[in-house]
Design a protein around this ligand. Sequence first.
Ligand code: FAD
Length: 401
Amino acid sequence: MELIGPDHDLYDVLRRPAQPQYDAVRPAVIARCRSTDDVAEALAYARSRGLPVTPRGGGHCFAGRSSTTGLLIELSPLSEVSVADGRATIGAGARLAEVYRGLHEYGLTIPAGCGPTVGIAGLTLGGGLGLLGRRYGLTCDRLVAATVVLADGNVVEGDDELLWALRGAGGGQFGVVTSLVFDAVPSPAATRFRIRWARERAAEVIATWQEWAPDAADEVTASLAVTGDRVEVFGASLDRFDPGPFVDGEIDVRDDLSWPELKRSLSEEDDERVVHSRSEFVRAALPRAVIDELLGTGCELNFTPMGGAYNRVPVDATAFAHRDERFLLEHVGTDRDAVRRSWSIAHPHASGHVYPNFPDPDVPDWHTAYHGPNYERLLSLKHTYDPTNTFTFPQALGGAR
Ligand SMILES: Cc1cc2nc3c(=O)[nH]c(=O)nc-3n(C[C@H](O)[C@H](O)[C@H](O)COP(=O)(O)OP(=O)(O)OC[C@H]3O[C@@H](n4cnc5c(N)ncnc54)[C@H](O)[C@@H]3O)c2cc1C
């Protein structure tokens, strides 16, 4: 383990989270970990000095939960990707671009998100939505084993109960995961599509999308984004491309991209701006008047389809409690009040459930919002695996310190 303090050349590079609003949260020390033993040593160091401790994967947490004024466990050297018998073993410090590149060499992939610098650990532990999700489920649905260092330094290979909790409760709650094993799937030949219209068409496109995308064939994942002066339906199809009800947009189709290239082509660059975001799952179509009101706030709106394989898993089969939703609606903008207004307009029509990977410090009743009926079981597992409440933050299981 390498300890990196504020005077070290690497300190400023490693301490910075991906979200600029948490730049000012400076760790007392960074433990750069290259192995599971290093993580155990880092935890012992934090214990001996009474420092709070936080693991970081890709550093993308919207609520700044991978930033700390104590000891930051930095895992980027642990990023190896290997495959045996169709199972992918991935170091907890790997970013998604490394994961897709590494697995593609074996003709494989896993269902996961698009952001190339998003960490596999944070993404998996909170669920994992992506272009293959309606076909194969969440990233965490493919998780079959994990190595975890508990607060007292004990290393455990996740047993059934711990694995259940790691499948979607949200990162940083039970211990530090150092490696994840997934049931991989074939890296597909797929078609990427983008269908665009001027913003004036947004209301009718949203109205059509919400009736169609969550019920489309599992092979089709079509998201919708309203940004600036346009509205776009985009995604991938594992089958022949069919624009469905969207024949009148400006259609751009590519079927010559490898799977990692396709993912990359749909990913957003990391945003240098301080952006605010709130979101909720939705179970029934939004009325047209609500859509019109949402479009009046000036916020960006992102609609992600659920349904398909996501919703065929029983709610108590994994910690991820959102198996009955039609889509996820995210409100994004640089004006926090506008984002709040937009969220409030949609809220009466939403399910009250919130994606653990899009944490929202202002959400009412966060226990139910993140964990639904799985909350009590998760709380009991928290007491079993982290009885000292070492891994904590506001809205964490077991309560913040
Ligand atoms: C640009 C961008 C694109 C995104 N795209 C998608 C997407 O396509 N699909 C999707 O589902 N989500 C997406 N997200 C949301 C993303 O899933 C979450 O932000 C996720 O928490 C990021 O994980 P991370 O490892 O990068 O973040 P981090 O901030 O490092 O970690 C998130 C949480 O997990 C904990 N954690 C990290 N590593 C470990 C570990 N090894 N052991 C235990 N706990 C750990 C942290 O302490 C923190 O609480 C996106 C986010 C951004 C900013």
